[in-house]
Ligand binder design. Structure first.
Ligand SMILES: [Zn+2]
Length: 116
């Protein structure tokens, strides 16, 4: 009995250890991605400061920092999201406007802003 119990616990330790390693890897990758996108957001803020009109490729670049690469797919206002806020800031879109447009964007094929 003791031997079986030893084996059960020892197997559980192995399983948990590999899960822990896996979780750490995922967590590291998630943080890396978030920090990378935040740095990109800062860069884009500086680059497009005061700009009012954007080309399609600029719109795409700006929205690449948002969740799922489109404001239409990014978080709603009920949830805090630095990426949404940064993209709205760069594009000069108010939160009210975002709220109104989000539904339309979500329904559109790409979920991306056609024009701010
Ligand atoms: Zn978001």
């Amino acid at each position: 009995m003791t031997d079986i119990m030893r084996k059960v616990i020892s197997d559980a330790i192995d399983t948990l250890t590999s899960q822990q390693i896996q979780a750490r890897k995922q967590s590291d990758a998630t943080y890396e991605d978030i920090i990378k996108r935040m740095r990109k957001a800062l860069k884009l803020m500086d680059k497009y400061k005061g700009k009012k009109k954007f080309t399609d490729s600029e719109l795409e670049k700006i929205q690449s920092i948002t969740c799922f690469h489109g404001l239409g797919f990014c978080c709603g206002l009920s949830k805090p999201c630095y990426f949404r806020d940064a993209a709205l800031h760069i594009l000069g879109i108010s939160k009210e406007q975002f709220k109104r447009e989000k539904e339309k964007w979500t329904k559109s094929v790409s979920g991306k802003v056609i024009s701010p």
